[in-house]
Design a protein around this ligand. Sequence first.
Ligand code: SF4
Ligand code: SF4
Ligand code: SF4
Length: 250
Amino acid sequence: MNKPKVGFFDFACCEGCQLQVANMGESLLDLLGVVDLVEFREVMSEKWDGHYDIVFIEGSITDSHAEERVKKIRSRSKILVAYGSCAAIGGVNGMKNSFNLDEIRKYVYGRDYRFFPSSKTKAVHQVVKVDYKIYGCPVYTPEFIEVVKNILRGLPYDAPDKPVCSECKLNENECLYEKGLVCLGPWTRAGCNAWCVNNGNICYGCRGMLSNPALNAAKDIIAKYNLDASLMKNKFDMYNKCREKEDNGE
Ligand code: SF4
Ligand code: SF4
Ligand code: SF4
């Protein structure tokens, strides 16, 4: 039986999700046993000019060249996976959407900024059809493997639409609000097994907001712990600016 041809591609991102895949160790060897990896810039120099069965897209779409490129990749692929928060929700690159584009270009590129095109950040599904999304900054390896298994079996995958707190509680962590910290777990999509909190950190909301976040609970928490609501919003903006664009119907 022919193994599925698989390609990995990156757009605007830090490439941390590729590294996460490249560092999977034995699981990577298992994966390579069942797929034919034909393109993955970070780990091999070969290129593929045929059709792909599965492509993994990392990074968000931030200019017209990137839009054109991802559309071409889509047209050559049966299944497209947006992996990592940059690709799946726009992620940190979405912070650009809060500012005037020309001002940002001047700041980054200096006086020759007009030679460097830029547009509002988009998640991959805001440009092309996406068949699977894997959230996280970076992706959580056990979930990545689960999604790959589902793809290979022809099954769908939906990340849990419940808060990180649900996993955090099962891990018996002491809630960080009780320690005077601000954690975005109550409104952030689970699926990472509360990775950061297990390791003594807050949840930064990297997997994006739940489809139906408990806004009243947010108000209660802000009141109970005497928090600054604008600080909470800033924290959410780190990963969720592209969602705002969607919510506004843009
Ligand atoms: S999701 Fe995070 S780790 Fe992955 S490429 Fe984007 S910034 Fe890097
Ligand atoms: S530490 Fe964060 S994720 Fe855990 S229960 Fe508290 S708010 Fe939720
Ligand atoms: S705990 Fe929060 S910030 Fe950390 S990986 Fe999970 S969703 Fe992302």
